[in-house]
Design a protein around this ligand. Structure first.
Ligand SMILES: NC(=O)c1ccc[n+]([C@@H]2O[C@H](COP(=O)([O-])OP(=O)(O)OC[C@H]3O[C@@H](n4cnc5c(N)ncnc54)[C@H](O)[C@@H]3O)[C@@H](O)[C@H]2O)c1
Ligand SMILES: [Zn+2]
Length: 364
């Protein structure tokens, strides 16, 4: 069992990482209270395990099963969760447990942050993407459809959990596709912060997809350590320190949005987004051809759905611009100057975007 601490003063918490660690990790929670489990309804075994583990520790447990996925992150889909909490008289001492991938964590975290002005919550992420990234940092999110387009994560709170339990046992039932999606966000930490970790992942990525325990635990611990370190410096994402974490996300989000969130898993879109950011870094002259290729060669090995044939690159670029308009800013790209070193650039011309796209496409 590994522990990573996220130091945030009174809101500090631990991320516990290991295999079959649930009972042990739960025993850390003090006081025996009422637990409300908001769980992905597909996870039958994981739900039963959590229920019995909490019960055997003396908790009174209630369950609220939800349909996971992007559609869960809407106010309409969250209302029944509040309804169930109210009907079953959850009070301010109740603890909400979020069992599932990033969609369940984002939604349940938001509910926890607003129910009775905030109740304690525990994250139990069950996808690799959620274990390496979304479960840490306390960003909760709601989507809002606006003019027939999904406005992603436009509503939300920063509300830290009391504990996060990353048990790799859950990952056994994930598809390889979900594993690669999570690997995308994992590799991101290597690229933006940690050349050594990048080299390690280059060697071990197949073992990770195969779910080798040692490789998985090490990769999750590294990613979570980086994320915790950054969040500790900029909890509310106001200082620009968290900006590097957006590497690959400007193009990635636009690719997801322009394909109506139907074609790519989040991490898959981020893999394309990182390949685009790397190409753009080369086009802008900040990354030599050799360095560009050495990073991109690794990403190009990962199996992700191809770029959509029916969509013009300009359409994707227009999505990036729209996205930023919502935040009343200009498009800022996180670019790379070398492995482990990023900077942000808001002076990117349309021609440069097209050149980067051509370069990326030529290598895929
Ligand atoms: N809050 C943050 O900081 C942050 C960061 C990155 C991503 N996100 C969000 O996370 C979401 C994506 O996360 P995700 O990919 O985990 O989404 P998800 O919750 O939709 O899970 C993906 C799929 O895997 C299934 N699943 C979950 N656990 C499983 C298991 N153990 N075995 C088999 N199947 C399982 C789910 O039912 C779902 O079909 C997006 O909404 C994204 O915006 C949030
Ligand atoms: Zn992401």
């Amino acid at each position: 069992l590994k522990k990573v601490k996220l130091p945030l003063g009174p809101r500090s918490y631990e991320i516990r990482i290991g295999e079959k660690i649930l009972a042990q990790a739960l025993s850390l929670l003090d006081g025996k209270k009422r637990a409300f489990i908001v769980a992905d309804n597909r996870l039958k075994e994981a739900r039963a395990d959590l229920l019995s583990a909490l019960k055997s520790l003396g908790w009174e447990v209630e369950e609220i099963a939800v349909e996971a996925g992007e559609a869960l992150k809407s106010i309409e889909s969250m209302l029944p969760i509040y309804g169930e909490l109210l009907k079953r008289r959850a009070d301010r001492n109740s603890v909400l447990f979020a069992l599932g991938g990033g969609s369940v964590g984002d939604a349940a975290g938001f509910v926890a942050s607003t129910y009775m002005r905030g109740i304690a919550w525990v994250g139990i992420p069950t996808t690799l993407l959620a274990q390496v990234d979304s479960s840490v940092g306390g960003k909760t999110a709601v989507n809002y459809e606006i003019q027939n387009e999904i406005g992603k994560n436009l509503i939300g709170t920063t509300y830290q959990p009391s504990l996060v339990i990353c048990d790799i046992h859950y990952l056994k039932t994930l598809s390889s596709r979900e594993m690669v999606s999570g690997l995308g966000e994992t590799i991101k930490y290597g690229i933006i912060y940690d050349p050594k970790f990048f080299a390690q992942l280059k060697k071990s990525w197949k073992n990770i997809v195969r779910r080798d325990s040692k490789s998985l635990i090490s990769a999750i611990q590294k990613s979570v350590s980086w994320k915790s370190k950054i969040v500790a410096k900029d909890e509310h994402d106001r200082k620009g320190i968290r900006e590097a974490l957006n590497f690959g996300h400007t193009f990635g989000h636009a690719l997801e949005a322009s394909t109506r969130f139907e074609l790519y898993q989040h991490g898959e879109a981020v893999i394309w987004g990182m390949r685009f950011a790397l190409a753009l870094s080369h086009v802008k002259g900040s990354l030599t051809k050799k360095k560009y290729r050495s990073v991109d060669d690794f990403l190009s090995m990962l199996e992700v759905p191809a770029l959509p044939k029916s969509i013009e690159p300009q359409e994707i670029f227009d999505f990036m611009k729209k996205d930023k308009k919502m935040e009343s800013g200009s498009v800022r790209f996180v670019l790379l100057s070398r492995l482990g070193r990023t900077f942000s650039d808001r002076f990117v011309s349309n021609d440069e975007l097209h050149s980067a796209f051509r370069l990326m496409k030529g290598r895929s």
